[in-house]
Design a protein around this ligand. Structure first.
Ligand code: FES
Ligand code: FES
Length: 153
C-alpha cells in the first residue's frame, strides 16, 4: 500500500493490521514519533491524519487509506511551537515531547489563539511523566502570540 507522509509518497509492505506507529518507526525509520503505552492512553505516538491528531499506536495502517499523515519530522524544525519549546526549555526527559508538539500543532491550526480551557482540552490526552505541563502551556501561549498565563515551572 501507499502512504502520504509529510508530503511524500511511501510504498509500505507491512501487514494491514500493523499499527501506523510501527510502520513509521520500523519500516520507514521516522523515529521522531515515540512509543509510550501502546493503548492510546499517553499521547506519545501522536501524529496528524488529515490535520487531526491521532494515536498512531492504535491506528491500523490499513485504515489510513489516502489520508495525509504528518509526523514531527514534517514540522521541519521551523514550526513556531518548536521555537517556543526551545525558548521555554520545555522538555525534561523528552520522551513525550513530539506527541505534545503534534497535539499542540493541531490545536493551533484550528484555534490560532487558544485560551487555557482550549489548551487543556486539546492536551488532556498527552501525558508527561516529568510534569512539564506548565512549560508546555507557556510555550503554546507564546507560539500563539499570547502572554503566558502561568509562570514557567
Ligand atoms: S503510545 Fe500511543 S497513546 Fe501511548
Ligand atoms: S518530558 Fe519526560 S515525559 Fe514529558
Amino acid at each position: 500500500m501507499q502512504l502520504s507522509i509529510n508530503g511524500k509518497s511511501y510504498d509500505v509492505a507491512s501487514e494491514p493490521d500493523t499499527p501506523l506507529l510501527w510502520v513509521l518507526r520500523d519500516e520507514l525509520h521516522l523515529t521522531g514519533t515515540k512509543y509510550g503505552c501502546g493503548i492510546a492512553q499517553c499521547g506519545a505516538c501522536t501524529v496528524h491524519l488529515d490535520g487531526q491528531p491521532v494515536r498512531s499506536c492504535q491506528t491500523p495502517v490499513s485504515s489510513v487509506g489516502a489520508g495525509k499523515i504528518t509526523t514531527i519530522e514534517g514540522l521541519g524544525g521551523t514550526h513556531p511551537l518548536q521555537a517556543a519549546w526551545v525558548k521555554h526549555d520545555v522538555p525534561q526527559c523528552g520522551y513525550c515531547q513530539s506527541g505534545q508538539i503534534m497535539s499542540a500543532a493541531a490545536l493551533l491550526a484550528q484555534t490560532p489563539k487558544p485560551d487555557d480551557a482550549a489548551i487543556d482540552s486539546a492536551m488532556t490526552g498527552n501525558i508527561c511523566r516529568c510534569g512539564a505541563y506548565q512549560r508546555i502551556r507557556a510555550a503554546i501561549k507564546d507560539a500563539s502570540g499570547q502572554a503566558p498565563a502561568t509562570a514557567a515551572a
